[in-house]
Design a protein around this ligand. Structure first.
Ligand code: SF4
Ligand code: SF4
Length: 299
């Protein structure tokens, strides 16, 4: 009987514990270096507060832009018995409730649209309304690859709903690259939690190392394998490298400070378009990540 090998899609998140480490540089150039690949590939810009992958990947043509709404509870005070159950169920302190004097309000800015309060209310006092969170924009390249961009509406505080929807749009692709929001809060967790592998981008400074350790600890807790890229690797200490050796975390690539890269980045240009050497390095990076992913799968 023939053995059928089913290849499933791979999702790789590119993340960093702090902003300004070069995460966008890595994400966009990795995506760009794979334009000739036969795989269907999507890069998802999950930094919905300030998406900027499009600034570098200008050739893609806008295919669609759809609104993302979340359900916000609306309390009918004529039906409300002021039992307080909805307040107890809300994990985000988004319901302001006082027993005496009887007061109840939904704090819409804090609401995550989880629906727990509607489930909790036994008196039919809660209905829901749509609240615009932002948009998911899809840009297609002549190679069939796509940039999917989550973009929050001005004034919206919680980006998780947009990130979720943006990642969902990338499900049919063979290879999904997620450009994660910086930090280690909810938007980062939402981006990485279904990833097969996370690439952490850091810089060789004490701040960089401290944030790297925090990101690694969270990913360990979540059971997601990771490797590290050190950007501007020749401009700081060896502490990050020593930490990776001690913790047995693979160093996927080191990027030295390079004037050509800095100039290209400041002009919104891709180093993988300007230099065949860098295109080959980013191609190699993809293969290194894939090998590490396979190694972890085999464990
Ligand atoms: S939908 Fe969720 S977050 Fe919003 S008020 Fe209800 S329980 Fe709280
Ligand atoms: S659970 Fe329903 S009835 Fe109770 S306080 Fe909330 S809205 Fe009012």
């Amino acid at each position: 009987m023939p053995i059928i090998v089913i290849m499933t899609g791979i999702t790789i998140a590119i993340a960093s514990g702090k902003g300004g480490t070069g995460k966008t540089f890595i994400s966009t150039n990795l995506f760009n270096s794979l334009q000739d690949s036969r795989l269907s590939i999507a890069l998802v810009d999950c930094d919905a507060e300030a998406p900027n992958d499009r600034e570098f990947l200008k050739e893609g043509v806008l295919q669609s832009s759809h609104a993302v709404n979340q359900k916000i509870p609306v309390i009918d005070k004529t039906k409300c018995t002021y039992c307080g159950k909805c307040d107890e169920y809300c994990n985000f302190n988004a319901i302001f409730f006082l027993e005496e004097p009887q007061t109840i309000e939904v704090l819409e800015d804090l609401c995550h649209g989880c629906g727990a309060c509607s489930v909790a209310c036994e008196y039919g006092a809660i209905s829901e309304k749509d609240d615009l969170l932002g948009y998911v924009n899809r840009y297609r390249f002549s190679t069939g690859k796509e940039l999917i961009e989550g973009r929050m509406e001005v004034g919206v505080l919680v980006s998780v709903g947009i990130i979720k929807e943006s990642i969902k749009m990338a499900e049919p692709f063979d290879l999904v690259l997620l450009d994660s929001p910086p930090g280690t809060g909810c938007p980062f967790i939402q981006t990485v939690y279904k990833s097969d592998y996370v690439v952490l981008v850091t810089e060789p400074t004490p701040f960089g190392l401290s944030d790297l350790k925090q990101s690694v600890a969270i990913l360990k807790e979540m059971g997601i394998p990771c490797g590290v890229i050190i950007n501007r690797a020749d401009m700081g200490t060896d502490d990050a490298q020593n930490y990776l050796k001690r913790e047995n975390i693979p160093l996927l690539m080191s990027v030295p400070f390079d004037k050509e890269i800095a100039v290209a980045y400041s002009k919104g240009e891709m180093i993988t378009n300007l230099s065949t050497e860098w295109k080959a390095k980013f191609n190699q990076l993809y293969h290194t990540i894939k090998e590490e992913f396979e190694k972890n799968k085999a464990k």
